[in-house]
Each structure stands twice: as C-alpha cells, then as structure tokens.
Design a protein around this ligand. Structure first.
Ligand SMILES: Cc1cc2nc3c(=O)[nH]c(=O)nc-3n(C[C@H](O)[C@H](O)[C@H](O)COP(=O)(O)OP(=O)(O)OC[C@H]3O[C@@H](n4cnc5c(N)ncnc54)[C@H](O)[C@@H]3O)c2cc1C
Length: 425
C-alpha cells in the first residue's frame, strides 16, 4: 500500500483524493495550512455578503473523510526533500511519501508597493483574507480596491453590499480590457459605476500611506491624487504558490512545470491546479490555468495516471464564467480583446446585454462566443465548437442554446437581424 500525499486541499487536491480513493486502497493524506475541510473558494464573497454561512461552502461533511479513509493534516509544508521522499513541515516534523501531488493553488500578486504590508491591506484569496476583512469591516468607511480583474470586482461588490464607499483603481483605460473587447469592457465599467463604485480607469496605485499606528490612512496614485481610506484590497492577479518548492529539484518556471500527464521532472511527483504550468501550452490555452473547473479536471486526470491508467490532461474547449455585480458573463472558445487577423465578429448589444460571436473569415467556422446578461447552454456551444459548425448554423440554432428562453425576452431575433444586415465589427 503506497502513501500518497497531496499538498493542498482545494478543488484540485480534493478531487484527486476522491478519485484515488474510488480506484484503490492506497493511504491518502491531504495537507493544508488554510482550512481543515475543503470549501468552495468561489463562494467566499457570498459568505461576506450574508447569502450563506461559511459551513455552507463545505460540500463534504466530517463523516465523508472518515468513511473514505482520507486522512487530513492541518500544517504547512516548508520543504520537499525529493531524494529521500520526505516533507518537512513548519513545526519541524517530517512525513514520508511514495507519491506526491502538489496542489498548492495561487497567492495574490504584490508588486512591492510602498505600504503594502500595513494593517488594513489585504488580498482576497484565502479564508484568512476573508476573516481579516470581516474583522476590519466595522472601522471601514472608505475602501480602495486595486486591480481590475474578476476578484477586484467581487471585492468591490462585497464592500458595497456592506455600505462602504469604494474607489476602484484600474490601470487600463477600460475595465478588464486585456480580456474583454472594448465595447463589453465599457458595458461592465458603466455597470460597476451604476452600483456606486468610484471606478478610476487609467489609474495606478503609487503608495499606501500609514497613520501613526501603522494602519492605512490613504493611498496615492500615479496621477498625484491622495485618496483617504481605512482599507486597501490588492487584487492585481494571482501567481502560482510555489516559493517553498524552489531548490527542491522539482523544475519550476511561473508554476511547477508538468507534462501532459501532469507529471513533474521527478518520478512520482505531480502538480495540478493553479500551481501547475504546462511545459508546452495546450493550443491557445494559458500555460497556467487559474480556474476552478480545470483544477477539478486535473485532479481527476492525475488520479487515473497514478492508479496505473495513464491519462493525458485534455481540457477540451476553453470555458469560463463570472459575475460582474448583476451581469452574468459566459465565454466559450476564444474571443480575444482584439480581433485576430483571421476573424470576423458578429456583435449585438442592448443595455447591459451583449453577445459576440467570433468566426473564421475563410472557413466561416465558429471560434468563440461570449455573452453578457444572457445565459447559454454550455453543452450546445461546446458541441458547436467541437464540430466546427459555421456562423450560419450557429445563428440559425442560437435560440436552442439559450438557457431560460421562456423567462427572458429572447434577443435571438435581433441577433439574427444583425447578422443579416451588419456582419463584421
Ligand atoms: C475570490 C475568488 C473567486 C474566484 N472565483 C472563481 C470563479 O468564479 N470561477 C473560476 O473558475 N475560478 C474562480 N476563482 C479561482 C479558483 O478559485 C481557483 O482556480 C481554484 O480554487 C484553485 O484551486 P486549487 O485546488 O488549485 O488551489 P487552492 O484552492 O488555492 O488550494 C490550495 C491549498 O493549498 C494550501 N497550501 C499552499 N501551500 C501550502 C503548503 N506549503 N503547505 C500546506 N498547504 C499549502 C493553500 O493554503 C490552499 O488551501 C476564484 C478565486 C478567488 C480567490
């Protein structure tokens, strides 16, 4: 019986543990320094907003771990001794492993801003970040959120829900325009402002200023402005959580380097989830994929390989979803912020709803589709992308791919009309 140790009990590590158990009797140990039990990180915002309690983010009850003989250890791994197959923990205890899975997730980026370690400066990633924000909440009147991505907008919504005045600094000249085309970026930016957030585009953080007790009292921007605040949320992206791995002999770059089987350069050591980096990126996909569903897929895939059924990680079509206050966003395949040379785009919008469909100029085949405020059926669009359906086909059958057509006034007629009268944007 092997000892399989998994560092990290997020979605990747827990999925690997569940599938390993389904397939065999090896000893499985999950280690985490964050929480005893697995919880849904994506639901943290709803805990703060009072929609659910923290316990509700934990899908497995205590008995689950006992019944499935998955051991858990609360502690921090500080070093991996790959020659002796041993882990050193922060409390100086050691643990042996036969097989190791590194599933350590991400850490929020910090760029060495002056004042970034003051009291009242926090990211939003770990459970402890939420606890710190909750503890600080009574003394926050004005908050500043730095970084215009998905976590930043969640944090802005959280603070607004508790009556805080929020200034949101975004370096780019439109919200999330590294990912969203300009028109969609403007819709989201307007929506964020409509919720009372003071959205400052083209604005960068320069310095966080302290009061006499070492607490945040204000920030300054590169535009020379000073904005008083009692709390600063740093949400300028995340990076793989791999500092403690460096020097262990496991090859790293931005993340832990893995092949298609999620194996590192060393036998019996694997990496999955946010902390893993594909040596050769898979098609257009980023080499580090910091999203929930790919962590789950990697967990399931690596378990097969470890149990003797080697399986390549083949994530299929890119998909992601998010929510910007009240606007739901779903994206399938590839919609680039800037139209690529080989592409044509069909774009339709009305108020806060929008849809963009990218297709190949020559073959007319669907390349990607994204929607704001319109819910789509994943399986339909995934299939259209897999089959290489043409734009004519997609527009003709679009109605079938709407999720709740009976509840919403369907935009399909208007999108079809746009297609017939004004293709190409
Ligand atoms: C606020 C927020 C909202 C998000 N919303 C979405 C969303 O809507 N959709 C989406 O697709 N993705 C979303 N994400 C991203 C998604 O949550 C992550 O991609 C996913 O949780 C990563 O899972 P993981 O298992 O790889 O790592 P994690 O969930 O980060 O788990 C890793 C665990 O390992 C522990 N650990 C790390 N190092 C050590 C060590 N040395 N010793 C012991 N333990 C260690 C960490 O403390 C952590 O508990 C969101 C992320 C955040 C922060």
């Amino acid at each position: 019986m092997r000892q399989i140790v998994i560092i990290g009990n997020g979605i990747s590590g827990v999925t690997a543990a569940r599938h390993l158990r389904k397939m065999g009797d090896d000893k499985i140990l999950l280690i985490s320094d964050e929480s005893d039990a697995f919880f849904s990180r994506t639901a943290l915002m709803y805990v703060y907003m009072g929609h659910m309690k923290f316990e509700h983010t934990q899908p497995y009850e205590e008995g689950f771990w006992r019944k499935n003989k998955i051991e858990r250890l609360f502690g921090r791994v500080s070093k991996i001794d790959t020659s002796n197959k041993t882990l050193l923990l922060k409390d100086n205890t050691t643990l042996d492993f036969d097989v190791l899975i590194i599933a350590t997730g991400s850490v929020p980026n910090r760029f060495g801003w002056p004042g970034e370690n003051l009291k009242g400066v926090c990211g939003l990633y770990h459970k402890q970040d939420l606890e710190a924000l909750e503890a600080a909440t009574p003394r926050i009147e004005d908050a500043v959120v730095v970084g215009g991505g998905l976590i930043g907008v969640e944090l802005a919504e959280m603070l607004v829900s508790r009556g805080k005045k929020v200034t949101f600094l975004v370096r780019e000249d439109a919200f999330w325009n590294r990912v969203l085309p300009h028109k969609e970026a403007c819709i989201i930016g307007g929506h964020i402002e409509a919720h009372g957030v003071d959205l400052r585009l083209s604005t960068e953080l320069k310095e966080i200023l302290s009061d006499e007790n070492g607490c945040v009292r204000a920030i300054t921007t590169h535009n020379g402005e000073e904005i008083p605040c009692q709390w600063v949320g740093l949400t300028a992206g995340v990076s793989p959580n791999i500092d403690f791995i460096k020097g262990s002999g496991i090859e790293t770059d931005r993340g832990v380097l893995v092949d298609r089987f999620l194996a590192t350069n060393l036998t019996d050591i694997y990496a999955i989830g946010d902390c893993a980096q594909q040596r050769i990126p898979i098609e257009n996909r980023p080499s580090v994929e910091a999203v929930w569903y790919t962590g789950r897929m990697m967990g399931e895939t690596v378990a097969q390989t470890i149990m003797g059924y080697p399986k390549e990680y083949t994530p299929g079509q890119w998909f992601n979803s998010a929510k910007f206050f009240d606007i739901e966003y779903q994206t399938y395949g590839w919609i680039h912020a800037q139209k690529q040379k080989n592409e044509e785009h069909l774009y339709w919008s009305e108020g806060n709803k929008a849809m963009r469909i990218a297709f190949d100029k020559n073959s007319q085949k669907l390349l990607g589709l994204h929607a704001l405020g319109i819910r789509m059926r994943h399986e339909y669009i995934d299939q259209w992308l897999n089959k290489g359906e043409t734009i004519d086909y997609v527009v003709k059958y679009l109605q079938e791919a709407l999720f709740d057509p009976e509840l919403y006034r369907s935009p399909v007629g208007q999108i079809q009309q746009t297609f017939n009268t004004q293709i190409v944007v």
